[in-house]
Design a protein around this ligand. Structure first.
Ligand SMILES: C[S@@+](CC[C@H](N)C(=O)[O-])C[C@H]1O[C@@H](n2cnc3c(N)ncnc32)[C@H](O)[C@@H]1O
Ligand code: SF4
Length: 363
């Protein structure tokens, strides 16, 4: 599990690590802000955070806390072929078969611990609106009393019937991926019709109070759209913009999609500008901190793929550690492989996969 950095950006990471020793007080600081809702309502998770902060690399990789957020891949099928996406990554096998999660598996996964879950995201690598049982799963999650149930969608299949169904079953939040403020930019990533997606969202907003937020993936091609996104939000009645820098699932795409050196240098400035633009228009903004040299996601979030496998995080979905359907959630959450993954993060001996994804970056 613990391995030498290899692949894209590894040199960079080694250089940084050699000149920057771990500073305990700095550990976690950029990450806590990403989990405001779940963490505050989950006292054991707060205690775990305090332990991580105080003990740093001496903290225990075992998590007595349940995760503050849970993501379950309801389907691994998709209707689009976005070039940067792990669903269709080139040059590497995709482990999970293309299928939907049966309702019975979904219920079995949540069986014992649904009362501990605050936030449940019902999507993974595929398009959740393709899953035949998606409305049933949302409905069931609400019946369990889970406070916040959301999906992230590309919005293409969000026709009037589906919008009405989402309203009926009471989705807490809809996140829509829109990577471009104009058709030509959007099309380079999504290959489809931006206007139709915007209309779909506007319709949903007209018939329901479901809050809509927009996920915007910052790539080399979408860079110029970032500042125009707050205006798009205003037009469709969305309340929040989430800006994520693209991560490297496929090195062969590096020349076309991943940010170049100049853009990386300007990343922090761009985030500031977009944030100000959002504020002026009364929109929330969540932007990933450009300086990420540590990771605590596997202490707080659980990602379960369509086959019931717990993986280290939502970005490393093709690396099953333990199967929740076979051993139960808490057993899987603290299985040997999960604990050694966490230990590697604590010691800053980042697993090869984290480095290859360029997930830990310093721009
Ligand atoms: C895998 S998609 C699945 C949900 C849905 N099909 C969609 O496109 O929103 C979930 C999120 O991952 C993002 N994503 C895809 N490839 C990515 C990459 N290489 N780096 C960072 N985020 C990525 C998408 O933009 C989307 O917001
Ligand atoms: S980003 Fe979403 S829509 Fe695009 S290929 Fe991946 S799963 Fe499908």
């Amino acid at each position: 599990m613990i391995s030498e950095p290899k692949g894209l950006h590894a040199e960079d990471l080694r250089r940084r690590e050699s000149r920057r020793p771990l500073r305990r007080h700095h550990f976690l600081v950029p990450s806590i802000r990403n989990f405001p809702l779940g963490v505050r309502r989950n006292p054991p998770a707060l205690v775990k955070l305090a332990e991580l902060k105080l003990l740093g690399k001496g903290a225990n990789p075992y998590c007595y806390n349940y995760p503050v957020g849970v993501q379950i891949e309801t389907t691994s099928r998709c209707n689009l072929t976005c070039p940067m996406c792990p669903t269709h990554k080139v040059g590497s096998e995709v482990k999970t078969k293309k299928t939907d999660m049966p309702t019975s598996d979904f219920k079995a996964i949540l069986e014992d611990w649904s009362k501990r879950i605050f936030t449940l995201h019902l999507f993974g690598r595929g398009e959740p609106l393709l899953a035949k049982n998606i409305f049933e799963l949302i409905d069931y999650s609400n019946q369990l009393g889970i406070p916040h149930v959301s999906i992230t969608t590309n919005g293409v299949l969000l026709d009037q019937k589906r919008a009405q169904e989402l309203n009926r079953v009471g989705l807490s939040e809809l996140r829509v991926s829109i990577d471009g403020a104009d058709q030509s930019t959007y099309e380079k990533i999504r290959g489809t019709d931006l206007e139709q997606v915007l209309e779909n969202i506007a319709f949903l907003r007209s018939i329901s109070d479901i809050p809509v937020s927009v996920n915007f993936l910052l790539t080399r091609q979408t860079w110029d759209s970032a500042l125009k996104m707050p205006e798009v939000l205003e037009r469709i009645g969305a309340h929040c913009l989430r800006l994520f820098p693209v991560v490297t699932y496929d090195e062969s795409m590096a020349d076309g999609i991943y940010l170049d050196q100049e853009q990386q240098g300007k990343y922090a400035k761009l985030i500031g500008q977009v944030q100000r633009e959002c504020k002026q228009r009364g929109k929330f903004f969540i932007g990933h901190n450009p300086v990420v040299r540590e990771c605590i996601l596997p202490f707080l979030l659980a990602y379960i793929d369509v086959e019931g496998n717990l993986t280290p995080c939502c970005r490393i979905e093709d690396h099953p550690l333990c199967n929740v359907l076979e051993v139960g959630f808490f057993e899987a959450w603290n299985c040997k492989k999960m604990c050694s993954w966490r230990k590697a993060l604590l010691l800053r001996r980042f697993p090869k996969k984290c480095i290859e994804l360029n997930c830990l970056r310093e721009w």
